[in-house]
Design a protein around this ligand. Structure first.
Ligand code: SF4
Length: 214
């Protein structure tokens, strides 16, 4: 089958988006947070972990340690103990301690609102930065996680598994105002219908726009 043109993808994407908006009208970030810093930490913890598990960990964690300054007083081992159940706790603890120090030392304890500044923080990549930019600073960004990678491949909007490539390709076919919402919608769809390894195509509202529909 010939590759679908960019023009055709640009026509198909709005149809997919409007159906997903109807199906998930309250779609939003599912992490618990009360400040930009807390969203940053929750997003770091969400790597290789479910948001549900992260939320169980961050509620007591942020009650005890709500600010970056609080984390600068903890050892990596102490942070690791608190976040143990999210997995990869040693690396995550190092990132949280490192980024807390950087925020206190360089930004007066505030989270900066640019991609360039965010990705310089320890343990913060484009995915985490886009979560913070989109949900805190209203800077649109496509967050490419496992759901977005899997489902955009199934939908034929990309053939890549590389997050940066996918982000660039999606930015060309989604209106900028929808970049952040697109991620939330796809994550909701990935949890409810297009589940990994067992997509429920017969119940899928976007099946007529999906080349992988069975
Ligand atoms: S039709 Fe099937 S494969 Fe395509 S998005 Fe829906 S559930 Fe996923």
């Amino acid at each position: 089958m010939p590759a679908e043109s960019l023009k055709r993808k640009r026509l198909r994407m709005p149809e997919v988006l409007s159906l997903l908006k109807l199906e998930y009208p309250d779609s939003k970030c599912s992490l618990n947070y009360n400040s930009p810093f807390q969203l940053l930490v929750a997003t770091v913890l969400s790597a290789q972990c479910t948001d549900e598990r992260v939320n169980k960990v961050v509620v007591p964690l942020f009650e005890k340690y709500p600010t970056p300054e609080d984390f600068t007083h903890l050892t990596i081992a102490e942070i690791g103990k608190e976040i143990y159940s999210t997995g990869f706790y040693n690396n995550k603890a190092k990132s949280i301690k490192g980024l807390s120090h950087a925020l206190v030392d360089e930004y007066g304890g505030e989270v900066p609102g640019t991609m360039d500044a965010l990705v310089k923080l320890p343990g913060v990549g484009r995915k985490t930065a886009n979560v913070v930019l989109g949900n805190i600073f209203d800077v649109p960004g496509v967050v490419v996680d496992t759901h977005v990678t899997r489902i955009t491949n199934l939908l034929g909007f990309t053939k890549s598994k590389n997050a940066v490539v996918i982000e660039r390709e999606l930015e060309k076919i989604i209106e900028e105002k929808d970049w952040t919402l697109f991620t939330h919608l796809i994550i909701d769809h990935g949890r409810a219908i297009c589940v990994a390894n067992r997509p429920n195509c017969t119940e899928c509202s976007i099946s007529s726009f999906c080349p992988s529909s069975t």
